[in-house]
Write a protein that binds this ligand. Structure first.
Ligand code: BES
Ligand code: MN
Ligand code: ZN
Length: 493
């Protein structure tokens, strides 16, 4: 059963006369009422003012204060959501505020919820609020008989959200697609199934899709990706989605995703606790699929190619071994020192394909290293690049979307660590220090000088416990950033 998707509409009704199960209104921490809160306060005989006076309402970020069965308005409940400092109100805050409010309300089934955050709703903030509301309405309880999350049947937004309504739905749906793929269990979502899902998206959005199966991957000499797949009963796939929105042959923006549908570590087997969440190791590929879906639905005037390397990393009898030497598609030989460093092997070949697709610029997304989480913590993605201007553009897009990313250096010294005595390179660095960068240095060998930025999303792609605005599980992080990047993309000639 696919999760219920709320119908999203604009209402011209005021928050006090709207017929709804609940009306959400925002409050900044200066406690100056915007029009919706002012109207609410007046109609309820000063209820909000009294709550502020009593200290139960302050407008601090993500504060949620319900007003149950108030008199003077049509709705059965008001939920006041804190918006924090007025001057910091940005896309991230708008997204999280709407998401937190709807997530709280989704604890019970409801017909209609009205959302009136603030007076000023420039299209990008309105869009973020709509996307957030949809994300807050979707939980991870796909297989619970007794659901914990009930999406409201209808979400009505204030008239000033009109210009963000379509984009917000596209972004929210894309994030939810990504989150759902990440949350699906590995016995159900393996490479062939992921490829089928991509083909359904291609159909629906009018994208060209090319899927390489085992035989084709062999014919195409994808020796590194194939080596990872060898330990599994499930055959690998490489999926290529092409969106041509530029109306010319401009070199495409390439989005590349790591799609390890389950990472057991292979013969370098992970301990059980570390393996538990490894269904999420395809989050990079899910992010790429979701972003291409959104870019196509928004009909952005750019050419984009989305590439997903889909494999399962298992320790079967034919699994790659330590000491094996692999031949990557670009002719480089790779000595395997640890089969759990499989993501970079998969990406090596997929990046080569991106280069052959005449990519103008590349972004790859991968849950690549635990070391990146050690370096930056779980909330922040690591950014690594061979081209500072391109990295700056990726980081700027992430900042505008309120998605934290931080650059790590790529000094030549880090590259020394991956030299091998028997092959061109090996798949891990010397010790465990700087592991996120060693991995990026490995990937750099396969982009042939194309401007490239690598986002290591091992931390932010998956929540082990819920946030006020998002259920635990897949987060859909960087879907918005990739769309933002495509919106501003200037191709190279
Ligand atoms: N998929 C993991 C990285 C990971 C770890 C993602 C934790 C999310 C949370 C990756 O394939 C991996 O196992 N990396 C190894 C690399 C090491 C063997 C050099 C790691 O991080 O330990
Ligand atoms: Mn691994
Ligand atoms: Zn992995």
């Amino acid at each position: 059963m696919p999760p219920v998707r709320p119908a999203v509409e604009i209402t011209s009704e005021s928050p006090t006369t709207l017929e709804a199960d609940c009306v959400v209104v925002g409050l900044f921490d200066d406690k100056q009422f915007d029009r919706p809160a002012a109207a609410m306060n007046a109609a309820t005989g000063g209820a909000l003012a009294r709550l502020i006076e009593g200290g139960d309402l302050s407008g601090k970020p993500l504060e949620l204060v319900p007003l149950l069965a108030p008199t003077g308005i049509r709705a059965a409940q008001v939920l006041v959501v804190g918006l924090g400092p007025r001057e910091n109100f940005d896309r991230g805050t708008a997204f999280r505020a709407a998401a937190a409010a709807i997530r709280q309300l989704a604890a019970r089934a409801r017909q209609t919820v009205g959302v009136y955050l603030a007076d000023l709703a420039p299209p990008d903030l309105a869009e973020s609020a709509v996307a957030g509301a949809l994300a807050g309405a979707q939980g991870q309880d796909l297989y619970r008989r007794e659901k914990k999350t009930f999406a409201p049947a209808r979400l009505l937004f204030a008239a000033n959200a009109e210009r963000g309504l379509q984009g917000g739905q596209v972004l929210g749906d894309a994030m939810n697609l990504c989150r759902r793929l990440v949350n699906e269990p590995p016995q159900e979502l393996y490479p062939e199934v992921f490829a089928d899902r991509a083909s359904a998206v291609a159909q629906e959005c009018g994208l060209t899709i090319e899927t390489w199966d085992q035989a084709r991957l062999e014919a195409e000499r994808c020796g590194a990706l194939l080596a990872v797949a060898r330990g599994s009963e499930r055959p690998p796939r490489l999926v290529m989605l092409r969106y041509r929105g530029a109306g010319n042959d401009a070199r495409p923006l390439a989005l590349v995703g790591k799609g390890v549908t389950f990472d057991s570590g292979g013969l370098s087997l992970k301990p059980s606790e570390s393996m538990l969440t490894m269904k999420m190791d395809m989050a990079g590929a899910a992010t790429v699929l979701a972003a291409v879906q959104a870019i196509a639905r928004l009909k952005l005037p750019v050419n984009v190619v989305g590439l997903m390397g889909l494999v399962e990393n298992m320790p079967g009898g034919r699994a790659m071994k330590l000491g094996d030497v692999l031949w990557a598609r670009n002719g480089r030989s790779i000595e395997v020192h640890n089969t759990d460093a499989e993501g970079r092997l998969v990406l090596a070949d997929v990046l080569s394909v991106a280069v052959e697709q005449r990519a103008g610029h590349i972004v790859d997304l991968a849950t690549l290293t635990g070391a990146c989480v050690v370096a930056l913590g779980p909330h922040v993605a690591g950014a690594m690049s061979n081209d500072q201007p391109w990295c700056d553009r990726v980081l700027a897009a992430a900042r505008r979307c309120g998605e934290p990313a931080w650059q790590l250096p790529m000094f030549a010294e880090y590259g020394e660590d991956i030299k091998s005595d028997v092959a061109d390179i090996k798949n891990v660095g010397k010790g465990r220090w700087g592991g996120a960068i060693a991995a990026a240095k490995f990937l750099e060998e396969f982009v042939a000088g194309t401007p490239w930025t690598h986002l290591d999303i091992a931390g932010p792609a998956f929540l082990e416990s819920p946030k006020p605005w998002l259920d635990a599980g897949g987060t859909g992080c960087f879907v918005r950033t990739l769309v933002e990047l495509a919106r501003n993309y200037q191709p190279v000639s």
